[in-house]
Design a protein around this ligand. Structure first.
Ligand SMILES: *[C@@H]1O[C@H](CO)[C@@H](O)[C@H](O)[C@H]1NC(C)=O
Ligand SMILES: *[C@@H]1O[C@H](CO)[C@@H](O)[C@H](O)[C@H]1NC(C)=O
Length: 383
């Protein structure tokens, strides 16, 4: 937003009567130009700002600049039916923050018996019956260097029509680029080129050395993946806005992979208590900047899945339970705190992996030793 927010703050701390003397049209005009955080902040400073900032249209503008997909008529009426744009903003601007991300209970994890019965494992069956995949809506927006490059709205969960055993028990995954949506003119391909602000690269060899493209992508990409449950009228942002990490030149030389996501609570749903919601965005270089063509990237994947502490994908049934729970979980506006908790989770996960590998190799050693002892004992006996 072009408006100078320092002026607003200056006005906010000015004597109350000078603000009261401003006409409400002018106040409205000022507030109209603010972005979300400044608007929320201004609303707290005085009574006149506070009452005007309740205007839905202000928040509708804020939402549409933050999430271009909220411009669509179907999304607008969805948001209105859920309590309005102000509430939507308050629910989806702060990111999901899981304090327990790092305080993972190793011991309680191991105490769970392997042969849990279905009912124990899947928790309250009545609750399951109340969850319907068709109540979920995904509202996804990607920006590069603050400019919107892709928006998609997905009603329901793909492949979950019957909510059958196949969906419930198979690993859950939504791939936005592969699900063809009837009412979507945007046919699922995102391209990025020099005109979007990409740095031109002359060859992949050069890029491998200096990593210029990689750096700009990592710093410039923003992803928002809002999930809404229209029945319970709640929504939350599952993404981390900026990438948590990524991989250069993977799986092929021309690919870049970025991981966004959040740590979600799976209390009373899965023994691991927490899971990670992993959002993957992949880009492939289709042209380097040679022979008069522009450096161009095309998206090859935009997907969501949930992964437990051991790296196993969560099935459809549990994923829906976890997603529903995520809609009412704690959030934070402090994005560095949120990112820190995601990294803490990854560190804990790596530690668990290493420990498992160590235990397995220890177990292998014991097996080998005991079989050697057995063979020797056998031969001693025979001889
Ligand atoms: C945000 O979180 C970080 C890391 O936890 C902390 O150091 C910082 O003080 C917090 N900032 C605010 C404004 O609360
Ligand atoms: C590895 O083995 C130790 C001791 O045998 C045990 O306490 C620990 O829980 C095991 N860790 C994993 C991840 O299996």
């Amino acid at each position: 937003m072009v408006f100078d927010s320092h002026r607003i703050i200056a006005m906010a701390v000015a004597p109350a009567e000078s603000i009261a003397s401003l006409s409400s049209d002018l106040l409205y005009d000022i507030l109209r130009r603010l972005d979300g955080p400044t608007l929320a902040c201004a609303a707290c400073t005085c009574a006149s700002f506070c009452s005007i900032s309740k205007e839905e249209i202000l928040w509708e503008n804020v939402c549409s600049s933050m999430w271009p997909s909220t411009n669509r008529e179907d999304v607008k009426s969805l948001i209105s039916s859920m309590g309005g744009f102000r509430k939507f903003y308050a629910d989806c601007f702060p990111l999901i923050f899981n304090k327990e991300a790092g305080e993972y209970q190793w011991n309680s994890y191991l105490e769970y018996p392997d042969d849990w019965t279905e009912a124990e494992y899947y928790g309250d069956m009545n609750e399951l019956e109340r969850i319907s995949p068709s109540d979920f809506v995904s509202i996804v927006d990607i920006k590069f260097k603050e400019k919107p490059i892709y928006s998609k709205v997905l009603w329901g969960i793909p492949n979950a029509d019957g909510y059958d055993a196949w969906f419930c028990n198979c690993p859950f995954r939504i791939d936005l680029l592969s699900c063809a949506d009837r009412d979507d003119t945007n046919d699922g391909v995102v391209t990025l080129s020099v005109s979007d602000g990409l740095p031109p690269i002359s060859s992949m060899e050069r890029e491998k050395k200096d990593g210029k493209l990689w750096q700009e992508l990592r710093d410039g990409l923003l992803l928002s993946w809002i999930i809404v449950n229209k029945k319970i009228k709640q929504s939350a942002n599952l993404a981390s806005w900026s990438p948590l990490d990524g991989q250069r030149h993977w799986p092929t030389d021309k690919d870049f992979l970025f991981r966004f996501g959040s740590v979600l609570s799976a209390k009373d749903i899965l023994p691991s208590q927490v899971v990670q919601c992993i959002l993957i965005m992949k880009f492939r270089v289709v042209h380097t900047g040679q022979e008069g063509v522009q450096t161009t990237l095309r998206s090859t994947e935009l997907s969501m899945q949930l992964e437990d502490m051991e790296g196993a994908h969560v099935n459809g049934r549990n994923s829906l339970l976890i997603l529903k729970k995520a809609l009412s979980c704690r959030r934070s506006k402090n994005y560095s705190e949120v990112h820190e908790s995601c990294l803490t989770y990854s560190r804990a996960q790596n530690k668990l992996k290493e420990e498992k590998i160590r235990n397995e190799s220890r177990f292998d050693t014991i097996c080998i030793l005991s079989s050697i002892v057995a063979v020797m004992t056998f031969w001693c006996y025979v001889l």
